[in-house]
Design a protein around this ligand. Structure first.
Ligand SMILES: *Cc1c(COP(=O)(O)O)cnc(C)c1O
Length: 384
């Protein structure tokens, strides 16, 4: 079977992890800050805070921005459920902004429309979480302008997008956001097995994120309510979690990060083969904006003039031919848990239309050129 995504692990990665196993520190050692510095430096952000998943990073990013039970968070309905769940973990209300059908990303037009209405009804969001679908950045400059006008914070869900660029700067530089979150799950661009990171240029936010990932505990005397009792002393000053990344995972992350540009180049090379051979009468890839350089986490196409049966058939028959076609994503508001909260069919028509035509084709650094052609030929046969 040809998977839709897969990690690439070489001997350097293996050696990096084995070295940690032989060292004094399996966790809370030097590899974690080294990985944080490496990622922050790669994406030109001031601070990196490593955690055990992007889901954890999204959760503590919301908490660090003081999202609580009286607050509202908006994200894209076309994302993994974690982009929305993080708001619910904080007891906040979640709502969605419909997508732009060309890119699959949050529509700035819909965002502005919804903000105008929310202002009139006194229900503006505290935080907006744009999701860089498939590795292509959202229009962050425009979203940032709206953030200044309507006074909300921005957390980028860049789980797909390490190695991507927006306006010639790395995604993660936080020029247009407060916090940016990466995932290092094995299907993503680089992997630490499980793992995630929040990057930010705000020192106070970074400090808060560090506390929240480890029980709300601080060893910094300036953050304590009384003088230190001695060298063993620490204080819990708020309620945090154990969201720490281990040194084993961080060492793998460091080793993988050294290959990130190679990975993204290879993804572009393969994506270009798809681009040049797709039958554009039947399918079209997601539009790539001039302002963006995608990390190409996913290669997503839209079936033209599709209906539910034809769409389902296409993915099923791809699988029958040994190709894992996939679908990213089921609109979050259509999940039973979200429907029970009051969302319903028809709430975000673009997202629902997208869902009826989207197919994720295999794309990962170990995919062979002839496999791409096999996918293209098989798809063509299925659709004809
Ligand atoms: C993978 C993913 C997440 C969650 O990442 P984990 O590291 O598995 O927690 C969140 N958002 C998006 C868009 C993702 O693709």
């Amino acid at each position: 079977m040809i998977p839709y995504g897969k990690q690439f692990i070489d001997q350097t990665d293996i050696d990096a992890v084995v070295d940690v196993l032989k060292s004094d520190w399996l966790t809370q050692g030097p590899k974690v800050p080294a990985f944080e510095d490496a990622v922050a430096s790669y994406c030109k952000a001031e601070h990196g805070v490593a955690v055990n998943s992007a889901t954890s990073a999204l959760h503590i990013a919301c908490l660090a921005l003081d999202v609580g039970s009286n607050d509202i968070v908006w994200t894209s309905p076309i994302s993994f459920v974690a982009s929305a769940n993080c708001a619910l973990y904080c007891g906040a209300k979640i709502d969605f902004v419909d997508i732009d059908l060309n890119t699959g990303n949050m529509s700035v037009f819909e965002l502005e429309k919804k903000l105008l209405l929310a202002e009139q009804n006194d229900c503006l969001p505290k935080v907006v979480i744009p999701v860089h679908l498939a590795g292509q950045s959202c229009d962050m400059q425009a979203i940032h302008k709206l953030a200044l006008k309507y006074d909300f914070k921005i957390v980028e869900d860049a789980s797909h997008a390490i190695g991507a660029k927006y306006l010639d700067k790395p995604v993660g530089c936080c020029e247009f956001s407060d916090i940016c979150v990466f995932s290092f799950h094995p299907v993503k661009i680089i992997t630490s097995a499980e793992g995630g990171m929040a990057v930010t240029n705000n020192q106070e936010l970074a400090k808060r994120l560090r506390k929240l990932r480890s029980h709300g505990i601080t060893s910094d005397p300036t953050e304590m309510t009384e003088p230190s009792h001695g060298p063993w002393y620490y204080q819990q000053v708020e309620l945090g979690f154990n969201y720490r990344m281990t040194d084993l995972h961080a060492a793998l992350g460091i080793s993988q990060l050294s290959k990130v540009d190679e990975f993204v180049n290879q993804r572009h090379f393969l994506a270009q083969i798809y681009d040049t051979h797709l039958d554009l009468n039947l399918i079209r890839p997601l539009h790539q904006s001039d302002t963006c350089y995608s990390a190409y986490h996913l290669y997503i196409v839209q079936l033209k003039d599709s209906d539910i049966t034809r769409h389902k058939n296409a993915i099923t028959q791809l699988r029958a031919a040994g190709i894992i076609g996939h679908l990213h994503y089921i609109p979050i508001h259509l999940q039973p848990y979200y429907q029970a909260m009051g969302f319903s069919v028809g709430d975000f028509p673009n997202a629902e239309k997208y869902y009826q035509g989207a197919i994720t084709l295999p794309l990962h650094p170990t995919l062979q050129e002839q496999e791409v052609h096999f996918v293209l030929n098989t798809l063509q046969q299925i659709l004809n």
